[in-house]
Structures are given as structure tokens and as C-alpha cells.
Design a protein around this ligand. Structure first.
Ligand code: DLL
Length: 437
């Protein structure tokens, strides 16, 4: 097999603090092998490279990657289920899939080396966030076709943590087990972590006074205000973790305890940020769409995958000493951006205003409708304690004003009674777009 297996590691200063020139040489060598592997084994890549008039031999410098074609989600769908695999199906020992809201799911596969490598990367990511061997991890990411549960599971085992494979749901039971087992690490989506905190408080359990120390939250956008809320109510340091199934799952990038952006593991991936309109690379530090190329994936190499995630890259040194580029917190996806009366808006901007607003519970859903030729936004949120309808109307009025002045958007606000909005069991559904129906 042309793509090398990567040796086992946990905390790897020789990789994570490698000087950038050596890192670039390693990337170039691995990128060549990965492009050759994709070109030789995947008809889709051969066709796409040929159409663009490039072959792997054209990659002389890392910058030459910009000459290669992008890969998009529909390429996976068009080649459903296994058409993008670069190894015979018999060598693929695990499948995951994401539930497409429309059409076919996207299927991803892993060889034994891929799984080994993923567990190593997850162990490294967890260590980066301050998790240590001997920690007790309560893993509330969903197990199954979603990559979150098993990704964190094998990474934590590799780091020699004790793992509770609880998955999502049965929230009250989860709290009892967290207390009984003395969980020190919580792995969950931030919206489910919030659901857990709230349920614990209702049960009279103060998780903040227990042994919980680290939160590794990701799989959906979340604001700094939400982070402060989770830190306080859980008594932890919450770190952001980023990944996507097409690239591997979780373990693509992770915050260190300084929390100044997520270290993107550049020995495994090449990160680019492009202008989503022109598709040209943007300058370092400028926002745009994140594009990722895998360097070591055997079963499913990905060349310039358009993530749709909006972020920026930072190449300044981090106080932790890691030299890998930092991916700034993903604020939203291209396709999640709402345009309401000419204002561009991500749900996480609304979240930042609602979380921490006095008397408002940090739960919300955005409903977009069309009224005539205008898009209309209704923000549904919840009062923490107010059951009286007039009281909630007054609160809605205040929230509406605050949103107008902070985000610049005119919208309707409905404040529901405590407990009325649906709670997240995994990834929260923040936007209900009724314009298409
Ligand atoms: O969400 C993998 C994952 C699991 C990441 C557990 C972190 C923790 P997908 O289901 O394929 O994979 O969804 C990937 O989720 O393109 C982003 O839009 C979003 N996303 C993931 N992590 C973050 C994050 C997993 N930290 C899609 N912040 C990505 C914002 C995130 N958005």
C-alpha cells in the first residue's frame, strides 16, 4: 500500500512542536504519496485530475496543491456507497455515514491502519485539551454511524482513560452515572452538555462541585458566551474540538488549554482557506471557507475537500509550544448563513446574545419564513423562570431590542415558558427554514 501507516503516539512533542520548515517537508512528501494513491486507485480522482490537466507529478511545492480540483459533498453522494474508496472493500474494516437531510447519506470507510491512526490522533487531541491517562471520560457523543462516539471512545482508551460509553439520551441516568463513576472529563456536543447541566440542576446535583475538570465539546458551532456558561455551571475548562466525517471524524483539530484557536494536525492534513466566491486562497488570518486535504488516509483519501465551514487560520506561535496552524473557532457554515433583510447572520451570533441574557434560558431555535418578498426571522427562546404570559412578552420585547442593537437584525422574538423548547440529544437543530416548504 503506497500510503504509509503512521506509528503509534500519544503526546508527540517531536511532531506537535516540529519547526515549520520540517513540517512542510513532511507534508510535501506525504501529499505526493496521497495524491498518487488517489489518482491510481479512485476513478473519480483520475477523471477530475485529468479534466484539470494535472497529475500527481505536478506537485513540486506545497503551493502546487492549489492547481488540483476541489472535492465536494455531492462527489461522495454521486459515488455512493463505496465509489471513492481507494482500497478493495474487504480492506475497509469500519464504515460510518452521515444522515443526509436530503437524498443518500455520505459513507466513509477506514482500513485497520486508518483506525489506528485515528485513535492516535484522538489520543493526541485529548491530551492537547488537558486530558490525562487515568482520567474518567463520560462519552455522551452519539455511538453508531456518527463518528463522534467511537472516535472519542477509541482515542480515550488509547490515552488509557476509563471510558463510559453512554452515548446520547437518558439524561437523568447519565447524571447519576457521572456522579457514581467520578467523571473527570465530559465529551459531548455543547448543546447536550447544556442539557446535562440543566437536568443536573433540576435534580439538585451540582456538577461544578464534583471532580469534573475538562469538557471536550464540538460537532456544532457554539459561542464564547456559551463556553463561559458551560465553564461556570460545570466547573470545567471547556475546549473546542473540530472534525468532520468526510475527513476522518473528530480529531482534525483541537484546542489546547490556552484556548486560542484549535491546533489543526498538519502532519495529517493540509489546511487551506479560500474565498467561497472566487475559490482563490485568502491571506493568512483572513476569513473564508476551510478546505482540507488528507495526507495519510488509506481507504478514503480526500483531496481539497470543501468543508463549507467558515473560519480563519493563524500561524502565530501558541504559548503551549505547538507549531501547527491554529484554526479559529468555526462560527458557522456557508450553507447555514441566513440573509435577513440584507443582514448576513449565523445562528451562533444570536446564541452569543441570548446566552447570558438575564432571565433567558440558553435554548433557542430560529424559524425563517418568507412574507411576500422578504425573509422573516422568528427567534424562539425560553424564559428561565417566568410562567406568566405578560412577563414573557415584556422579556421578548427586551430581547428583540438587544438583538437589533448587537447583531443588527430585526426579528420577532417569542419567549416560551420554562422547559417548552425541545432539548438537544446530540447536534442541536438551530434553524427551521420554512421557506423551502
Ligand atoms: O461532527 C465530527 C465530530 C464529532 C466533531 C465530535 C467534533 C466532535 P459530521 O457529523 O460529519 O462530523 O459534521 C461535521 O460539523 O463540517 C462543521 O460544520 C460542524 N462542526 C464540527 N465540529 C465543529 C466545531 C462531526 N467544533 C460538521 N465547531 C462540520 C463548529 C463544528 N462546527
Amino acid at each position: 500500500m503506497s500510503v504509509p501507516a503512521v506509528s503509534s503516539f500519544m503526546f508527540t512533542p517531536e511532531i506537535e512542536t516540529m519547526d515549520r520548515a520540517t513540517l512542510a517537508r513532511l507534508q510535501l512528501e506525504r501529499l505526493r504519496a496521497s495524491l498518487e494513491h488517489a489518482y491510481a486507485k479512485v476513478p473519480h480522482y483520475r477523471r477530475a485530475f485529468d479534466q484539470q490537466g494535472v497529475t500527481p507529478a505536478d506537485l513540486r511545492h506545497l503551493q502546487d496543491l492549489a492547481r488540483f480540483p476541489f472535492t465536494v459533498k455531492t462527489d461522495l453522494r454521486d459515488n455512493y456507497p463505496f465509489g471513492l474508496f481507494a482500497v478493495p472493500r474487504e480492506q475497509v474494516i469500519r464504515l460510518h455515514a452521515s444522515s443526509g437531510t436530503t437524498g443518500k447519506p455520505t459513507v466513509v470507510g477506514y482500513t485497520e491502519d486508518d483506525l489506528n491512526n485515528w485513535a492516535d490522533l484522538m489520543a493526541r487531541s485529548l491530551a492537547c485539551a488537558g486530558v490525562r491517562p487515568g482520567d474518567c471520560m463520560h462519552n455522551a457523543y452519539g455511538y453508531g454511524l456518527f463518528t463522534g462516539g467511537l472516535g472519542f471512545h477509541y482515542g480515550a482508551e488509547r490515552l488509557k482513560c476509563t471510558v463510559t460509553p453512554i452515548s446520547g439520551g437518558q439524561t437523568e441516568r447519565q447524571i447519576a452515572l457521572m456522579c457514581d463513576f467520578g467523571a473527570t472529563v465530559l465529551a459531548a456536543t455543547p448543546s447536550y452538555a447544556l442539557n446535562l447541566v440543566e437536568a443536573a440542576e433540576q435534580m439538585g446535583v451540582d456538577l461544578a462541585s464534583g471532580p469534573l475538570r475538562v469538557g471536550t465539546f464540538g460537532a456544532e458551532p457554539w459561542s464564547e458566551t456559551m463556553r463561559a456558561e458551560l465553564d461556570r455551571r460545570l466547573g470545567i475548562r471547556a475546549c473546542d474540538t473540530y472534525g468532520l466525517s468526510e475527513i476522518m471524524g473528530p480529531g482534525v483539530a483541537m484546542e489546547c488549554t490556552y484556548r486560542l484557536g484549535l491546533h489543526g494536525w498538519e502532519d495529517q492534513f493540509v489546511f487551506e482557506v479560500v474565498d467561497p466566491q472566487t475559490m482563490e486562497p485568502v491571506a493568512m488570518g483572513e476569513p473564508g471557507e476551510l478546505v482540507i486535504t488528507t495526507l495519510c488516509k488509506q481507504a478514503l483519501p480526500m483531496v481539497r475537500y470543501r468543508t463549507r465551514d467558515i473560519t480563519r487560520l493563524i500561524d502565530e506561535p501558541c504559548p503551549c509550544g505547538r507549531t501547527h496552524l491554529r484554526i479559529m473557532r468555526v462560527t458557522g457554515r456557508n450553507d447555514d448563513m441566513l440573509i435577513i433583510r440584507g443582514v448576513n447572520l449565523y445562528p451562533s451570533q444570536i446564541e452569543a446574545v441570548l446566552v447570558g441574557f438575564p432571565s433567558i434560558a440558553p435554548h433557542y431555535q430560529l424559524v425563517v419564513t418568507r412574507q411576500g418578498s422578504m425573509d422573516h426571522l422568528t427567534v424562539e427562546t425560553e424564559s428561565e423562570t417566568e410562567r406568566d404570559e405578560d412577563g414573557r412578552r415584556l422579556l421578548a420585547h427586551q430581547v428583540r431590542h438587544h438583538l437589533k442593537s448587537m447583531v443588527g437584525v430585526t426579528c420577532e422574538v417569542l419567549v416560551r415558558a420554562p422547559g417548552e423548547l425541545p432539548r438537544s440529544q446530540g447536534k442541536a437543530v438551530r434553524v427551521k427554514d420554512m421557506r423551502k416548504s
